[in-house]
Design a protein around this ligand. Sequence first.
Ligand code: PEP
Ligand code: MG
Length: 574
Amino acid sequence: MERLSGIGVSPGTATGRAVVLTLATEVIRYPVTAAHVPREQAALDQAREQARHQLHEIRGQLASGPARDMAPLFDAQLLMLDDPLLVGHARDLIASQGINAAWALNLAYEDVRRVFSEMQDEYLRERQTDVADVAGRLQMNLRHYGGGMRHLLKDVDAPAILVADELSASMAAQLDWTKIRGFAIDEGSRTYHTAILARSLKVPAVVGLHNLASRVTAGTPLVIDGASGEVIIAPTPEVMAEAERFAAAPRRRVVAPAGPVEPVVTADGVPIRLDANIELVEELPFLDEFGAEGIGLYRSEFLLSGRTLAAATEDVQFDAYRRLLEQVAPRRVTVRTFDLDERQFARASDRGRARPGLRGLRLGLAHPEVLQTQIRALLRASAYGSLRIMFPFVTAVEEMRQARGIVRTLAAELGVPLVPLGALVEVPAAAIASDLLAREADFLTIGTNDLIQYTLAVDRTDDRVSDRYEPLHPAMLRLIRHVARAARRHHVPVSLCGEMAADPACIGLLIGFGLTEFSMTASAIPLARQLVRGLDTGEARRVARQALSLATAEEVEQFLFDALAASIEESGRG
Ligand code: PEP
Ligand code: MG
C-alpha cells in the first residue's frame, strides 16, 4: 500500500481498478477478464490485417513513382508484421497477463526495441525506426478499431479509476462515468478545466499528481479522496473496505444513452442540430449510437492517408463519397474539400514545393485539376444522398466566387444539379468579413480550431505557446458573435465545427450567441444533447452577454463553468 497526495478538486471517495491513459504515448491500459481475451486478440489481428493492406498500398504506389528505391523499405515492415516477436508476442501477452491489446502491443514493442538497441550492427540498429513505425501503425489501427476513446473504454470493467497524464475537458466529456468512478491526473490545478468539469459532474477527482500515470500499473486497486487529495495505491483489504463504504455511488447517469436520432430541443423549445465530425467512413456505425443528426464535417483529406493523389482518382473518390452518402442518407453530409498545405500536397503528389504557404481552397485553386477531380467525384455522388460541399481556409470573397464558378461549370458538364456550397470560416479575415462572405456562400461553418490559432497568433502544435491557445479569449467571443450575427442578417445557415463545440462549458455560450447548429466529435454528442435539453435560450443569451463583459479568458472560463455547474445542479433536482 502506498499513499500519495495531490490536489483534491472534486470531493467524494471513489474506489476501483486503475485504467491508465498516457496521452504522451496515446496508449490506454486496462486488465481484461479471460472471457475478453479472444476479443482483444481479434482486435489485434484486425489491426495487423489493416496494416498489411496499408503497407501493400504504400509499397505499390511507391514502386511506380520516382521514389521507387524506397519501396523495399516497406517489404521489411511487412515482414515485421508477421514476426512472432511483435504481434505474436503481444497476442501471448494478452492471454498470459490478461491485458488489453494496445497495452500488450506496447509491452511487446518495448521488448523488441530493447533487443534492437543492443545490437552491435549499425544497420540493424537503425531498423529500430521501422519497428517503431510498424508498432505506431498498429496502435493507430487499434485506436480506430471500435470508434475511438469512448469505445476503447466501453470494454473496461467497472468500477474503474481513470489515471492519466493529462485529460482535456472535451475528452472527459466523452467518458462513461457509470464505469469510471473518478479520476487521478498528473497535471492540473483547482482551476484546471477538467477539474471544474469534475465538480460539475460530481465525479471525485484528484489532480497534480506529477507521475502517477507512469508509476501505477493498470488493474491496480486504487482509492481516491477528492476532498483531501489523497490517492492510495494497492490499499490493504481493510482500507479498501472502509473506503468502499464511503464511496459515492454514481449519483445519476451523467451521459444519457443516446436513443434513436430525434432532433434535440432546448427546454424552451428551440431545435438544436448536433452533427458529427468524422475522418473515416469506419466511424459511421457509431453515429446513431451517439445521436448524431448527420455529418457536419467530413475531413476528406483523410482519403489520402496511405494513398497518393494520383491513386485517389475520380472513380476512387466517387466510390468513397457514394458509400458515405448512401450510408448516412437521408441525413445530411457536409464534405470539406481537401484541406492540405503545401507540404502535405508535395508528399501526396510528388509535385509542389515543400514549403508552407498555400493551404485549403487557395491550394485547390492553384492546382485546379486536383480540385476539379474532387468536385466531379462529389457531384456524381450527390445523387446518392444529401450533400453539401464546404471549402476550407477561405480568406476572401474572390476565392469563393472562383470555387462556385468551377462547381457550376462541372455541374453543367455532368448534367447534375448544384449542391449547397459553404465556406469554413477559420481565418480571421473570413470571420471579420463574414457579412460579405455570407452573400457568396449558401452556408457558413465556423472552424474554431484554426480560427483560434490565427486570431491569437498561437500555433496549436507548438507546446511553448499552447497555454495561450484560449478558446474563451475575449477576442474569440467577439469574433464568433460577429459571424453568427452576419449569417443571421443574411439569412444564411451557420454552424460551428471546431473542438470548442465539444466542450460542455461552451455550448450554452454559443447558443447564447444565436448558434443552433454544431458539429463535434461523435462521442461528445450524448453529453451535449443532455446539456441542450436543460438549457433555456433566454438564460443562455444572458450568460453570453455577461461573458462578453469579462476581460480575460480565465474569467470567462470560471464564469462559464460556474454557470454549467449551476445548470447541472438544477437539472439534477428537476
Ligand atoms: C477547424 O479549423 O476548426 C476545423 C474544424 O478544421 P481542422 O480542425 O480540420 O483544421
Ligand atoms: Mg481548420
